[in-house]
Design a binder for this molecule. Structure first.
Ligand code: PPS
Ligand code: ADP
Length: 409
């Protein structure tokens, strides 16, 4: 926590909130909330001064920052978006303060469909507006058309484009517009969903009002029907000590899958990863974590498009494995953790590459199992100890799990 923070890329959720703070969609808020406001929001649904406000809008910053410091907030591509003037800072990094925009946000899909509330209010020019906030397709337009007619209002479709489903919601709004009266407006709003439905609804109402709505209809929630497992993306993630058998089983699995021919396979071989994707990284905790995140990122991209990715790094830390699981599940794919639980003594006895001997001799520092930790998974979907079984039997166990889960037919 010692280093002074001068710039920072907030998380996806915080960035979405930032955009709405900057555009005025979160009026009267001018920045991230601090302790007193958050307390009042939780207790009474107002800010500390009594102004109605339904939901927390928060930011976490690492590093050191004191009241009055300025921190530049960047988008994921590194473009400066805003300057935050720190007001308060909690020990856990929660930071409040006003934000000032540096330019129109350009990151994320459908940037052209974003407009500020002021621009939309200008366009409405005093006419009544019926806002429809949507997170899923509108299956029935009759209520919207009837209500708009009754109010003599312009229809304002506000697709809440956040995360994976964002682009689909915007497409649904553009499709709906074609069947709605002329003059219907579509404005993409990156409002991240809030966990509690009532709070989410209230926040949607605030945002709709900021955009000039005189009435608000909340569109249906997204219905996510996951495809059958054999069409869903899958990441098979092997973890275990060096020499436990991860690569051998992973290669066997890849070959069996290629032979079956029913799925596309991406194999992220540990050595290839270390020579290319993670070239130059060491075996410090930070570098191992980064290595695993990179592997997770690539595997999730393959799985996002329905592919099956196989990875076989040591991945000694539980938190980092969990991060990868979340990364994969957030793109709508499945994650299968296989713990190759061959005990250290057996791995050391095999010592295929002579690494254990060198590690014991003190020639390799931070060697997993010898002088560096391996956190045993307690969330493995399959555990295989290869001490007394053949390679074929080990591969068959994994393939059997894929078959019984329906991932492979
Ligand atoms: N200090 C230290 N600790 C552990 N392993 C070491 C180390 N130095 C080199 N190696 C070799 O690197 C391979 C492990 O790399 P990974 O990318 O799988 O490790 S990690 O997941 O980032 O922890 C591992 O290969 P495998 O035997 O295939 O597991 C080792 O051969
Ligand atoms: N049932 C088994 N499954 C996998 N490997 C086995 C098995 N039995 C013996 N081995 C041997 O153990 C070694 C495992 O090495 P490797 O697959 O490179 O491990 P890791 O990738 O975990 O470091 C190989 O020499 C392999 O032939």
């Amino acid at each position: 926590m010692g280093w002074q923070i001068v710039e920072w890329t907030p998380g996806a959720y915080e960035l979405a909130d930032l955009e709405l703070l900057l555009s005025g969609a979160f009026q009267p808020l001018g920045g991230y909330l601090g302790h007193d406001d958050l307390h009042a929001v939780h207790e009474r649904g107002t800010l500390a001064d009594g102004t109605p406000w339904p939901a927390p809008v928060t930011l976490h910053l690492p590093g050191a920052a004191a009241p009055g410091d300025e921190v530049t907030l960047l988008d994921p591509e590194g473009v400066p978006l805003a300057v935050l003037t720190v007001a308060e800072r909690e020990p856990d990094g929660l930071t409040s303060g006003a934000v000032k925009g540096l330019g129109a946000p350009e990151h994320g899909p459908f940037a052209r469909l974003r407009r500020t509330p002021a621009q939309v209010r200008d366009e409405l020019d005093g006419r009544e507006a019926l806002a429809v906030t949507m997170r899923g397709p509108l299956d029935d337009l009759t209520e919207i058309v009837a209500t708009a007619k009754e109010l003599d209002a312009v229809i304002l479709l506000l697709p809440l484009s956040f995360g994976e489903t964002g682009p689909a919601v915007v497409r649904a709004a553009l499709r709906a517009k074609e069947q709605l009266p002329e003059g219907t407006l579509v404005v993409s709003v990156p409002l991240a969903p809030r966990a509690e439905p009532e709070i989410d609804l209230e926040l949607r109402e605030h945002v709709a009002t900021a955009y000039g709505a005189t009435e608000h209809l909340a569109g249906p929630e997204p219905v996510r029907i996951p495809g059958p497992p054999h069409r869903r993306g899958l990441v098979v993630f092997f973890t275990g000590l060096s020499g436990s058998g991860k690569s051998t089983i992973a290669r066997g699995l890849r070959d069996s899958l290629l032979e079956l021919g029913s799925r596309t396979v991406t194999y992220l071989d540990g050595d290839v990863v270390r020579h290319l994707l993670s070239k130059g990284l060491t075996f410090s905790k930070d570098d191992r974590d980064l290595n695993i995140r990179r592997i997770g990122f690539v595997a999730a991209e393959a799985a996002r498009h329905g592919g099956l990715a196989i990875c076989a790094p040591i991945a000694p830390y539980a938190d980092t494995r969990e991060e990868v699981r979340e990364m994969v599940e957030s793109v709508g794919a499945d994650f299968l953790l296989v713990h190759v639980a061959t005990p250290l003594e057996e791995c050391e006895r095999r010592d295929r590459k002579g690494l254990y001997a060198r590690a014991r001799a003190g020639l390799i520092p931070e060697f997993t199992g010898v002088s560096d930790p391996y956190e045993e998974p307690d969330d493995a979907d399959l555990v295989i100890d290869t001490t007394h079984i053949s390679i074929e039997a080990a591969v068959a166990q994994v393939l059997g799990t894929l078959r019984s889960g329906g991932w492979v037919r």
